[in-house]
Every structure is written in structure tokens, then in C-alpha cells.
Design a binder for this molecule. Sequence first.
Ligand SMILES: Nc1ncnc2c1ncn2[C@@H]1O[C@H](COP(=O)(O)OP(=O)(O)OP(=O)(O)O)[C@@H](O)[C@H]1O
Ligand SMILES: O=C(O)[C@H](O)COP(=O)(O)O
Length: 408
Amino acid sequence: MTSHTLNELIAEGVRGRYILVRSDLNVPLDGSTVTDDGRIKASLPVLKKLSDAGARVLVTAHLGRPKGAPEEKYSLKPAADRLAELADFSVQLAKDTVGASAKELASGLQDGNVLVLENVRFDARETSKDDAERGAFADELVALTGDNGAFVDDAFGAVHRKHASVYDVATRLPSYLGDLVHTEVEVLRKLTTDTQRPYVVVLGGSKVSDKLAVINNLLGKADTILVGGGMLFTFLAAAGHKVAGSLLEEDQIPVVQDYLNRAADAGTSFVVPTDVVVASRFAADADHEVVRADAIEESTFGASGIGLDIGPETASAFAAHIEGAKTVFWNGPMGVFEFEAFSSGTRAIAQALTDTVAFTVVGGGDSAAAVRTLGFDDSQFGHISTGGGASLEYLEGKELPGLSVLDR
Ligand SMILES: Nc1ncnc2c1ncn2[C@@H]1O[C@H](COP(=O)(O)OP(=O)(O)OP(=O)(O)O)[C@@H](O)[C@H]1O
Ligand SMILES: O=C(O)[C@H](O)COP(=O)(O)O
């Protein structure tokens, strides 16, 4: 990559200039409480560097997946409040993204101050597939920077998205690579250029189709793929088993069957759970029991049971694969770790990663949140990436729009 760097921008001089920064402030929330501020802390250094240099900083970010219109539960307010607590510079939040509030607060911004614009995904044009629509939104974001603006992409977690605030603004403003993106890419490159084998990939989480898509390119690259989290049920269904009320993306069953058919020739083996924890309902205090993965509907809860974690036998098997690995990449919690009763699988995998001598990388906002919530420390892992989908797509060797657009 030969992008211009943040240091080059600072050297050019930013005092008094409006600098648009794309950050990844997509943090997990419990109501209005940020339950893991890892991504906010990771975003802070670039904002501080620009603030210290006298820039007027406009931060764009998304939270969750709102449907292109404002929704209070997806407001960036909790994230902006936490950023303000951590920062030693002024942080304000606009009530909208490119509307009256954003314009008024931007025009009143002093040198060194930071203004967070409300969730970019409150505007449907942010994620539109139509170039003109995204472009029109990008124009409105860029207009906030006046006539001497610049753009810094520091949102590693979103570099795989061809969205207006990630991609299109970079085609309109002098653009620079943020330090966080730079560091992430350097570490992940190590995983792709000189991968020590066996290379074990652990996949889980709830964004099932997103993650199934990346497996295509991991076939032949990873030696072993351990399948946990929400996606395991699509694997079980592909093998002909009933999964009761568990998370299932039926339209993905043929995709999984295709992967399973191609795996042996590609030299990749899938390890699918042999036992799961099934609950009576999706709740922290739900009744639950461990059942065979091929007999989920035979649990006490019948067809309404929901699989919320991998079982202990599976956790041990996964841990043994991790112990024998030289490189481990983990994305996506093994179960609903936010509920103590369903956190054992995720805890077991985190423990195995800390015990192994392999180079370990944990990718993903929720995965990083999980290891911290469960009491592990960042220093116990080789690298904790802020990007979930982004780190996976980087490892696949895919071209990432947010990075390629910065290439000179
Ligand atoms: N069996 C399951 N059923 C439902 N949800 C599950 C299951 N297993 C894990 N999850 C949920 O998956 C969520 C995390 O998934 P996600 O795919 O977003 O992970 P991530 O890649 O680490 O995060 P991000 O994509 O934000 O970077 C957690 O909130 C967890 O509760
Ligand atoms: O959580 C993430 O992985 C990033 O913030 C990107 O979010 P998205 O998957 O909703 O685009």
C-alpha cells in the first residue's frame, strides 16, 4: 500500500482546517451504556493527534445497522459521551449527520475541537449500491469541510464497506491513512505473507451470511476451520440435522454444502460441533441443557429450543486444535457470551488462545468485547483487531474499497 499517511497530513499543516475522520465507533451497548470501549480507545490517538495539531475535526461513524433513517437506539450519543470522557479535548455530538445541527456546530468549531456527526447510516445514501446516491451524500459530508479540507480513514472495521463515508469521500478530498488502519494492516499482513502452519481459523458470531461468504476464500488457505456461534446451525442443517429455533439462514444451506464438498480437495477441514447448549428461550435466565448437535430437537424444549453456545465436548475439541496450531485467527463469539450461562464456549476458546504458543489474532468488535468482558487482557493475545468482517476479508486477500481508494 502506498497511501499518504496521517503524519504527512500533519506535516502539511492542519491548524484551522476541517479534517473529516472516519472512525469505527460501532461499540456494543447495553441500553445507553457502552459495554466495551475498545474501539473508542483505539480511535482516540488519531483524534488527539489532529486536535493537538489544531485541526477542526469532524468525525463520521456508524453504529449498528439502522435502516437508513434515524432510530434512537442506534444514536452515537453513548459512544460520543464515552469519547468525551476519555479525551482531553472538546467533543460535541451533532443531532444529525449533514443537517442543520451538523452545519451549525461545524461552523462554530474551534481549532483543536472535535465534532462527532450522528450515525452516517441514518441516511440511506450512506450504504446505497447506487454510486450517484452515495456520491450525493459524500458531497454533503465534504461540504462541511469548507475549501481546504482533508479526509483521514481510521475506521479499520469498516474498510471492507464501499460506503459513502468510507469510500466516496476519499474520491473527493485529499485522503490519508489513519494510524489505526496502518497498524492493523501491518499486523494482518504478517498473517498472510508468512503463515506458520497449522493455520486454524475459528469462526462464530451472528453475522452468518457475511462470515459464510469469507469461507470461500479461506478454503485452501486455512488448514482447519472450527465452526461455532450462530453459523454452526447452518452447518448442522446442511448435514441434514434439525436445529429447532436456533439461528438459521436457510438460503445459505446450499452454500455450506458446497463448502463441505470442496473442503477435502482444497486441503481444509471443517470441525463442526458435536454438542451444543440449548435454551428454552433467548434470555440470560433461560432453562438450558447440553444436547448432541444432531439431536437438538430432542431436548426438553423440543422444536422451540434455541442453541446458544457450543457444548463442553466441542469446546475441548476446539481447544485441542488450537493447542496444536502455529497460527490462529479467531472471529466471532462461540455463543451468546453476553449471558453468563452461554459464555463457556467463548471462554474456553479465549483460554485456549492464551495457552497456545501459536501467533494469535482476535478480530471483531464483539469478539474483542467478549474476551475483555470474560476477564482476559489484550496483552494475552498476539493482536486484537478492531475489525471483524474487515479483518476476515483482508485475510482472504480481497481488495478492500476503503484501502484501495487511498492508494496513490
Ligand atoms: N448461537 C448464537 N445465537 C445467536 N447469537 C449468537 C450465537 N452465538 C453468538 N452469537 C452472537 O454473536 C454476536 C457477535 O457476532 P458478530 O458476528 O457481530 O461478531 P464480531 O465479528 O466479533 O463483531 P463485529 O462484526 O461487530 O466486528 C454476539 O452478540 C453473540 O451474542
Ligand atoms: O462491527 C463491525 O465489524 C464494523 O463496525 C462494520 O460493521 P458492519 O458489519 O455493520 O458494516
